[in-house]
Design a protein around this ligand. Sequence first.
Ligand code: DAH
Length: 346
Amino acid sequence: MLQKITELLQEVSSVTLKNTGDLELFRLKFLSKKGLLSDLFEDFKNVPPSSKKEIGQKLNLLKQNAQEKYNSLKTELSNLEDITSYTDLTRPSYLYSLGSRHPISIVRNELIDIFTRIGFTVSEGPEIEDDDHVFTKLNFAPEHPARDMQDTFYISRLSSEDSSPRDILLRTHTSSVQVRVMQNQKPPIRTISPGRVFRNEAISARAHCIFHQVEGLYIDENVSFADLRQTLLFFAREMFGKETEIRLRPSYFPFTEPSAEMDVSCKICGGKGCNVCKHTGWLEVLGCGMVHPNVLEACSIDSRKYTGFAFGMGIERVAMLKYGVNDLRLYFENDLRFLDQFKSAF
Ligand code: DAH
């Protein structure tokens, strides 16, 4: 009998639940009226008095262990039931929240889409540039104020082979890519160059030290101002809507002659005048003009054979007009409440 009780003690301690019904089976086997324990207590009556003490203690231990095991299995089971009753395993999972593109990327991609549809390629150039590509070859006079430290972030002054100093700086406009393209390709050239530019400006709602531009360049035989105007009209209508009108005002840039600034009709008021367009009905978008012969010659292109036009615009500016954003700083803060509002195909 002692042997049997020892075996049962081991069995009790190693029992685990595999199914919910196992708990009841355990109760029936050990604790019920017809279970093993009551049988053993029944047999105990016949144990000789000399062994009663030893066997009695073991039997009580078995009874206690079996009862405790039953209780702990019961709590284990009810915890399990709590979890399964909360969990609906057939429920679809939570949706991933998709990110959105930055408005500057959206407008940049849309600009690329518009211009590539009419045959422009995309070219890129370095953000860290030299004075030659940013100013000199673009016909900026040596004392031009744009070269001033006030506007330009200078990095270093290197000595070039012919021992004249060569300034290294952060490009202040993407017009520098024009020069690189003209130096490396032969006309016809038709390209746009989106990219980041840098100017030493105090940060405010209307100015930032880092921003983005897209430069456009078209060089071929017989390119005229009419081609420029028609290209820009196409761009304006694709970007701002079919009803958009454009207006070209005379202006000055060292690298174009004649030069102009382009306005688009204000789409908020339809040209009637409102706060956004300061009651003029027009919004300024970009600078443009016919590439100056000095620039063509500086890049080894025959200015008697070829003519061309160029234009340059700020991507932040276009995005502001398109989305009615009135503070440049919003583009750089990465506030999700701002960014989440831009869902787009581009
Ligand atoms: N580079 C000029 C700027 O940063 C923009 C510009 C004006 C580019 C006229 C051009 C152009 O190509 O023809 O303000």
